[in-house]
Write a protein that binds this ligand. Structure first.
Ligand SMILES: C[S@@+](CC[C@H](N)C(=O)[O-])C[C@H]1O[C@@H](n2cnc3c(N)ncnc32)[C@H](O)[C@@H]1O
Length: 410
């Protein structure tokens, strides 16, 4: 049964947050509005409905309220070219007949798939069997979002094998956390995620595309916006000369954050270097001129000495504590104690009340890599084990990722 008094109370809270947000559209107010709306949504559903939806949710929610079947329906509509056709024809509106003519698909299938897509808020239904593309539809036809949807091919099998995996993996029922042994990903796919990417250039390309796309349109999430000292970067407080290095983006895939930083500050002295595995940097056929691209394995000594920043985004959460310390120990000798900083750009879990997005990311890391998202004190321990001091944790952006700065202590 729905608790009407609670729904009324939460509904009033939503109305009040709408007014607050209308007065001040800050990130904080935006987040509070989102929270108020989702609380109302959950309260207004019967517990059975809530559990039903929950049972069908898989891995990560790429678009709000994406469910397994919804995801399949949208994937089918994408693969059949219906979503592309809708964007091409449906700026104003497109009838299923037009979409069938454009794609060669059976009209009835188009209507059924788009009924789900409209229910999920991916496009609008403006009349019977007549649809309009929205901002979400237009986003979905971007290469990065197509790549993101294709990543689900690797994630769905994890959901369907989780129970069987647990029955054969005693570590989860023992006191020690499962830091070794096959992850759910390895159990299902027979090899590590990195090996799958190395063996399948098309999957690797989609992965890199998705990494770049994730925050492409979110200026507030760029690292330099979340790292206030970047506003004080001036030529006179940076090393210059042919050997000087401003930033190394380690494990940077296609270096979206480095490229963005360089184009915002083209005149700062020092090179910008992108490092990743050969299968990633090798496929980066057209890097911007002012970025140096280097194949590098971060479990070997860092070859670039004395850079101002060694930046790692979404890297440490892929590795166990022991491996993170190994990565840091391979870096520390290259750092100049008076000049270099390590910047770790990752989720930083609060001790309580972790936002769902970061909690899901944490379990995603567990099942892919036996690794985790971490609190700031957890990061402090890892850094100290490698001879680094945690200098500051800079505030979280809209995606809950923060920047941790560390320096060599000698
Ligand atoms: C989750 S992705 C993050 C990519 C990028 N930093 C970003 O945020 O868009 C992790 C990256 O680490 C790279 N990586 C994994 N193992 C590595 C290794 N041993 N040495 C260097 N890079 C590695 C992967 O190829 C991948 O691009």
């Amino acid at each position: 049964m729905v608790d009407i008094a609670r729904v009324r109370e939460l509904s009033a809270a939503v109305e009040s947050m709408v007014e607050t947000y209308a007065q001040d559209s800050s990130t904080e107010n935006y987040k509070q509005l989102q929270t108020a709306v989702s609380r109302l949504q959950i309260a207004a559903a019967s517990p059975v409905d809530t559990l039903f939806s929950f049972r069908l949710k898989v891995g990560i929610s790429l678009l709000h309220r994406t469910l397994v079947i919804g995801n399949i329906a949208v994937t089918m509509a994408m693969e059949l070219g219906v979503i592309d056709a809708l964007v091409a024809l449906g700026q104003d509106q497109a009838h299923a007949v037009d979409l069938a003519a454009a794609t060669g698909c059976e009209q009835g299938i188009i209507e059924r798939l788009l009924r789900v897509a409209c229910g999920l808020g991916i496009c609008d239904e403006v009349d019977e069997n007549t649809y309009r593309a929205t901002e979400v539809t237009r986003l979905l036809v971007q290469p990065g979002w197509k790549a993101a949807m294709s990543q689900m091919d690797l994630i769905y099998p994890l959901a369907s094998n989780a129970r069987q995996y647990l029955s054969t993996t005693p570590a989860y029922r023992e006191k020690q956390p499962p830091v070794s042994g096959a992850t759910l990903f390895e159990y299902v796919h027979g090899k590590s995620m990195w090996q799958v990417l190395a063996d399948n250039p098309d999957i690797r390309q989609n992965f890199d595309l998705w990494m770049s796309e994730q925050r492409r349109n979110e200026e507030e999430t760029s690292w330099q916006r979340r790292y206030p000292p970047s506003t004080h970067l001036k030529p006179d407080n940076l090393k210059a000369g042919p050997e000087a290095v401003l930033m190394v983006d380690v494990g940077g895939a296609h270096g979206s954050q480095l490229v963005n930083f360089r184009s915002q500050f083209p005149l700062l002295p020092g090179q910008c270097v992108l490092q990743d595995l050969p299968e990633s940097v090798g496929s980066f056929t057209n890097p911007p001129e002012h970025i140096k691209v280097m194949a590098y394995n971060f479990f070997t000594p860092q070859p670039i000495k004395g850079a101002r920043f060694y930046y790692f985004r979404n890297v440490f959460h892929n590795w166990s504590d022991a491996k993170c310390i190994d990565i840091l120990r391979n870096l520390v000798p290259a750092m100049d104690p008076d000049y270099s900083s390590v910047l770790i750009d990752d989720y930083v879990l609060p001790p309580t009340g972790a936002p769902l997005r970061s909690a899901i990311a944490d379990v995603l890391m567990l099942i892919h890599f036996n690794s985790s998202e971490r609190t700031s004190s957890h990061y402090q321990q890892l850094l100290a084990a490698a001879g680094l001091d945690l200098v500051a944790v800079y505030p979280k952006g809209p995606n809950e990722e923060a920047i941790i700065e560390a320096r060599r202590w000698w």
